[in-house]
Design a protein around this ligand. Sequence first.
Ligand SMILES: Cc1ncc(COP(=O)(O)O)c(C=O)c1O
Length: 345
Amino acid sequence: MSLIKILRKTCRKSLFTTPSHGQKYFIFNKFRNFYKYDISETDFYNPQEALKEAQQHASKIYGTKSTFFLTNGSTSGIIAAVLACVQKNEKVLIWANSHPCHSNAVKLAGGIPVYFEVPLSSEWDVPLATPVENLEKCLVNEKIKAVIITSPTYEGIVSDVRAIKTLCEKYETYLIVDEAHGALYPFSENLPESAVKIADFTIQSLHKTAGGLNPTALLHCNCNLDPEKAISMINTTSPSYPLLASIEANINFLNSKRGKKQLETLISNIKSLKENCCNCEFFGDDVTKILVKHKNCTGYELSKYLYEKENIEDEKTNSKSTMLLCGIGTGEKKLKRLENALKKM
Ligand SMILES: Cc1ncc(COP(=O)(O)O)c(C=O)c1O
């Protein structure tokens, strides 16, 4: 039975078990429904089995060897992937400007981080793709146990994951792809190719672009290592089944006709916004990320104008450009409002 169905079943027995709210005592009344579904494993509820089945089903959808549901973000997936393949004193190649969880993961595994520089675009002030040739130079010079790359970047720059995987195979190195910002990729041919079927480990945040609740995420595995032990080392023994059920529902939605239609609508709405804003330039490999520059102002000025004059808040800004994050929940009306604001400048 799916996790979602298990949570729908109500239990009439008296449970002297955790959690102590007993699904009926609502200290925070606004979250009544959340309390109702917040269960632990009991003789009546067996969400652990359901979770296993849901994860197996997800793995079929993504075409991976295994897929794991995470309720502590991509951060926990990256740490688990590194713990699964790196031993004490082994070297791990990471981007010098990567998300802090990359170096934290290496520290927790007792490994040695080896940093490599990713070029910055001087025009847009954002990191570019992983330079494959430079990466090979690092792999030739030192014995590297694992490589972690970020693809896409926050701003939607995608690396050549296939070429990097081939390189990693040549040097017998595990490839971990931080695809935190690319959770929609497996569900549309109009988006860059996902790493889920290519890399040894791929980590995706469902909450960033795919409509998931904070901080739901996925760890996909395609190698002969089993990250389950590593996941259990860093996870609580009392997982949130409502969050896990939301992951199951999230994947089912993305894989459904309705979800795919919603995604294609999002893509075509953003494409038309970009075509209609002739006074702006856009950059990046991922159409769903709006990395924008206006010829008459800096990124900070653009951000200030949007915030103060148009009540629009961006995700990230630098001296050259501004990034507005979109995802499955970004509706046409909101995009039109942004389009009008950009056109007015
Ligand atoms: C590139 C990248 N990797 C990993 C993370 C961590 O993701 P999460 O918030 O799901 O733990 C982030 C968060 O912003 C990120 O930008």
